[in-house]
Design a protein around this ligand. Sequence first.
Ligand code: CUO
Length: 671
Amino acid sequence: ERPGEPSFRRKGAEGNFQFVLPQSYYTDKYTNIKDEPTSRIPPDVYEIKEVSNIPDLLIPKSLSNKEMFSVFNEYHRSCAMKLVDIFLDAKNLDEFVSLAAYCKNVVNPYLYHYAFSIALLHRSDSKNIEVPSHCLSFPQLYFDRAIFARAREEENIIPKGSRDAIEIPRDYTASNLELEHRVAYFREDVGVNLHHWHWHLVYPLQGRDNIVRKDRRGELFYYMHQQIVARYNLERLCNNLARVKRLVDLREPIEEGYYPKLDNPIANRPWPSRHSNSRLSNLNREVDHVLVDIQDLERWRDRIFEAIHTGRYLVDGENKTEAFQIENGIDILGNMIESNVLSVNRTEYGNLHNHGHNLISYVHDPENNFGVMGDSATAMRDPAFYRWHAYINYMFEQYKHRLPPYTVQQLSFDGIQVTKIQVKTTGKPDNEISTFWQQADIDLSRGLDFADKEGIVYARVTHLQHAPFEYNITVNNEGNARMGTIRIFYAPKYDERGYPYFFTNQKGLFIELDRFTYNLNRGTNVIVRKSIQSSVTIPYEQTFRNLMNKPKGSAQEAAFTFCGCGWPQHMLVAKGNTSGFPCELFVMVTNYDKDKVTGTNSDKNCDDASSYCGIRDSKYPDKQPMGFPFDRLPRENVQTLQQFLTKNMNVLEIRIRFSEDIKASIQKKAT
Ligand code: CUO
């Protein structure tokens, strides 16, 4: 990239533009480049106009160019949101582009990328512009640091056409002798981490109302992270590990160490590691404006529990309390615990979840640079992430368990019966899902400074994959034609000891696989639904194909670059095991008349993964509480899943069978 070139491309038939900067935009260090002849510039030229008012960047610039930026740090966020405001205030797209180009080399590059991406997502005139892929801009945050020297070597020494993709071994952070490493393929998956980075981009913690105040965002914070913990727990059970332990006591040593083996592209040094049994400490990081004691977190936690258990919270600045209402109590609690600027009372309930990230991220040395838990792009790599979020989830559960159980009537859909469920995979026995390793190649060249701008070097990653499958669901409708919502979840059938679960223990392990509406005719309906249609995932191509170099301006390029938020399709189901890991697949049909939400938009380009990400510029498309029907304790006398079922639900035992075969999928020989 030429310095100052904004990292995005305008989409459309015209293809890509090369951006030409006004001379005055070049900072001193690039003076030699600004005098270069423009003949190097290809024909599609977009000339950036100089803005008449140079923005005041004092606040964004106060974070140095060599410091890593953290979304969990309030001061860093304030710097970024100031820049977001500047971008949002640009009168039109040309002015926005011009401002973006001006700011690119002036402010911290990581902060810039974050602020620029938020502005792109939230300006009405930039909806058709792709958000730059985080993994292409900062590959160091996603791939083993060892490959970058090799990538440079390939690019320098090996001529185009003869380069091979650089394979990243699956065991690069440890080996399976280290128990926690058995689930490293989940924690370190590129798609999983991209999803988490993207989710926090769509739901920033502070900023203007149209950025922060999104429908049920506090509830979605709870639900999306609850599902991550449920998915991680299932993955652990498949690998003979017990469910993750909550980080209950902030003063106990944290058993799990973590060695990221990643480079920090901004600070230009490796990410710090955490050795086993490290203890959290109070933080006093003057430069990052972080001053927080463990005791602060304990106080906020206790106050939040008091609010949960009394069912009332203290209103900010007033000597009165308000009750959590059944309709939005979980949303209020989500904002409070996270905590974002919508929190009802930050003085009283503080900044619990974010400072948990901060405390853990500085554990190795409270006076040094933060570790992977401090960045939403890398946090999910660390076993401590799941311990902290399992604890946060426990707080939400405490609230949910105080709500009245759903009655049989609330759960039922009169005249509707789910009579049969089948899961089919081509070439496999019925009701078996097949998993294996797959390899994909990712272009590293965009995020690295290669001398040869045309050079491409691929990293070859190995990730979990499953064979595509379909659900066949038979539903009997005794009434007239009507619309139903089909909800599909699954959970492990047996616990760590091989015993069946009590419903109260199993309900938190249910993982959403899909939710969709279906027009039910009178009589028998056979609903066929494919795994790739899932409402929790984005397509495989969106994770991997858009990480490859595509022909400029091609249809392929246009198709996969929107909205990166969504669980990656290749991680839809857990790994299982070689003998066929038993799970229970649950299907429920509910009445769409009660589920439908007025005022939702469909955004065909951006609603693939609405269950975990919502829909852009729209209300959350389901009226039921997120996680329904597993979010509350069951009615009296229900001890097992079978006892919980009403006629509009059914359960099927499935097996997930893993094979060690490695299949090649999207592989490109580098050119
Ligand atoms: Cu996503 Cu703690 O919120 O990482």
